[in-house]
Design a protein around this ligand. Structure first.
Ligand code: G3H
Ligand code: 13P
Ligand code: ZN
Length: 311
């Protein structure tokens, strides 16, 4: 089966009250861990690639690995550019075989965001590719950009209809209190999301797929495994799983997860090397990293996203 767009996935997810997992990929072990899990529970997948991932692994290597995953699993897989920052990177991914791109104009003014997003949509749609836009700004770290809590802003529901109409985007990422990275709330702060904003956005855009970035739960087990094997990740806090389940039942059709994958892999590698300080074959310590990713993704799909059995 060739790569698919997210159109059908989102239509079914909206109707079914579940969400599709969008997992960031950077190398073979991550791709294998994710796709093995999805295959076991028959779940559709979005694999997403950031500019940083393209720089690290190179576009061609990632394309070939994903091609291998398609052949191996026979799953419906959508290949998505995560946080495209300008027209050029979106064009390069569209020309290079991606089926979905995000143009992240959230750091621009409303008008500039519309103009940039519109330009990407025109090119993407002419090539059969779908587009995710963003309104509102998440806090946290993406690549080298660090957005402080003070610079972040919730999505204004009053802007969403005009944005979607003027740009023609196929899905919309909104900011309701999630953030990128493993430190989403201050120690002692009660995790909270603005479900009122999500509800209001859904009212203004009936049936339209909404995307949640910064949605890792920062699973305590993996943080503990890292910290008890030489790591130092004090105060890592994520989004509680019940909040993600609630979002998935509402208009959220795509839930982005990267930090949880990083933590799971690092926990497996650290645990292995701590137990076997004499090992130096990468296959020995990458195997538990990959197994942790597989277990994490399976648990997400079945217990949080609800996309199992929907491929
Ligand atoms: O939202 C950002 C993703 O976690 C990707 O991170 O840009 O460091 O690859 P990255
Ligand atoms: P996390 O850092 O919460 O995994 O978010 C990932 C993300 O939003 C990728 O776009
Ligand atoms: Zn993101």
């Amino acid at each position: 089966m060739p790569l698919v767009t997210s159109t059908e996935m989102f239509r079914k997810a909206y109707e079914g009250g579940y969400a599709i997992g969008a997992f960031n990929v950077n190398n073979m072990e991550i791709i294998q861990g994710i796709t093995e899990a999805a295959q076991e529970v028959n779940a559709p997948l979005i694999l997403q690639v950031s500019a940083g991932a393209r720089k690290y692994a190179k576009h061609t290597y990632l394309m070939k690995l994903i091609e291998a995953a398609l052949e191996d699993t026979k799953l419906p897989i959508c290949l998505h550019l995560d946080h495209g920052e300008d027209f050029e990177v979106c064009k390069s991914c569209i020309d290079g075989g991606f089926t979905s791109v995000m143009i992240d104009g959230s750091k621009h003014s409303f008008e500039e965001n519309i103009a940039l997003t519109r330009k990407v949509v025109e090119y993407a749609h002419a090539h059969g590719v779908v587009v995710e836009g963003e309104l509102g700004r998440l806090a946290g770290v993406e690549d080298d950009i660090n957005v402080s809590a003070a610079e972040s802003s919730y999505t204004d529901p009053n802007q969403v209809e005009e944005f979607v109409k003027a740009t023609g985007v196929d899905s919309l990422a909104i900011a309701i209190g999630t953030s990128h990275g493993a430190f989403k709330f201050r120690p002692g702060q009660k995790p909270q999301l603005r479900f009122d904003i999500l509800e209001e956005v859904a009212k203004r855009l009936p049936g339209f797929p909404i995307v949640l970035h910064g949605a890792s739960s920062v699973i305590p087990q993996y943080v503990n495994d890292i910290n008890s094997n030489g790591g130092q990740l004090a105060d890592a806090i994520g989004i509680p799983e019940d909040m993600l389940r609630q979002a998935a039942r509402m208009a959220v059709c795509k839930i982005n997860i990267d930090s949880d994958l990083r933590l799971a892999m690092t926990a497996g590698v650290r645990q292995h090397l701590a137990a076997h300080p004499d090992h130096f074959d990468p296959r020995q310590y990458l195997t538990p990293g990959r197994n942790n990713i597989r277990d994490l993704v399976k648990n997400k799909i079945v217990n949080v996203l609800g996309s199992d059995g929907k491929a």
